[in-house]
Design a protein around this ligand. Structure first.
Ligand code: AMP
Length: 286
């Protein structure tokens, strides 16, 4: 079936009317500039539903005033070709006026879960994300939605919001897709100049090593040992060539609160800069 391209709320409703009433819809929200990481979410979505809809919307409200909203990569033609090839049923490509019509006034506040880590470096970011995702859910009315573990804090926040607001959408997390050298795929990787691109995989390597060290120590890892390991890993990021480290933390994988001893489920989260590009990554700690 050919990929349906939908731009309006009416278009969504007409498309839904044309689908069999028994059809289950899985939804994959994106900001476009699609890569194999996004397509892996589509593959995961297919396992949960008969139809998959992807949205492409670069949401202005989740970018800070000095962030990259204007220069965020927009590659619609290539994105549509990839989605067609991936067997997606429909793509929703709304203009800003469809998502934020005149008079739009509601803003979801995600509270504590959104104030640490990326939220500390990007004030208001997760409120913007939660608000646009809630609005997209309202428009698209999916049964399930798939989000990448690449944005681990975002996934935790969306899961929490779907429960708290009883949105009736099942939230599914999908594993991080990586380049061969370990770099987590990201639309922003294309900002990296050659020298930065060569340094970038060090983030995954350092997280992998730290995760293995922590697992080996297990419950013997006390607060001091954990702090020392986190500091050493941060230094390794600087030594590798990262110019600034926003955070490198061991957290509870659900509450995202820092862990002072190793408890399951645990996750290492990191954000660091290469020149003007901010990279994030994370890894499970067994
Ligand atoms: P974005 O277009 O960057 O807003 O991402 C849209 C969705 O794709 C989010 O749920 C991301 O977590 C997910 N995603 C981005 N990069 C990857 C990746 N490398 N592996 C898996 N999922 C990803």
């Amino acid at each position: 079936m050919e990929l349906a391209i939908i731009e309006t709320q009416d278009g969504l409703e007409a498309w839904r009317r044309g689908s069999p009433p028994s059809a289950r819809l899985a939804f994959v929200p994106t900001m476009g500039a699609l890569h194999a990481g996004h397509i892996s979410l589509v593959e995961s979505a297919k396992k949960h539903a008969s139809h998959v809809m992807v949205s492409i919307f670069v949401n202005p409200t989740q970018f800070g005033p000095n962030e990259d909203f204007e220069k965020y990569p927009r590659t619609l033609e290539a994105d549509l070709a990839l989605l067609n090839e991936a067997g997606v049923s429909a793509v929703f490509v709304p203009p800003v006026s469809c998502i934020y019509p005149q008079g739009f006034a509601t803003n979801i506040s995600v509270g504590k879960l959104g104030s640490r880590w990326c939220g500390a470096a990007r004030p208001g970011h997760f409120d913007g994300v939660a608000t646009v995702v809630a609005r997209l859910f309202g428009l698209v009315k999916p049964d399930v939605a798939v989000f990448g573990e690449k944005d681990f804090q975002q996934l935790a926040i969306i899961k929490r919001m779907a429960l708290d607001l009883a949105l009736g959408v099942e939230i599914i997390g999908a594993p991080i897709m990586r380049e061969e050298d370990g770099l987590a795929m990201s639309s922003r990787n294309r900002y990296l100049v050659e020298k930065e691109r060569a340094i970038a995989p060090a983030m995954h390597a350092i997280l992998q090593q730290l995760s293995a060290q922590l697992s080996t120590l297990g419950e013997q890892a006390d607060t001091q040992a954990i702090q020392a390991m986190l500091e050493a890993a941060k230094n390794d990021l600087f030594k590798a060539g990262f110019s600034k480290v926003d955070y490198l933390a061991l957290v509870d994988a659900e509450s995202l609160e820092p862990l002072e001893s190793l408890k399951s489920p645990a996750r290492l989260l990191a954000a660091a800069w290469l020149g003007t590009t901010r990279l994030i990554d994370n890894i499970e700690v067994m």
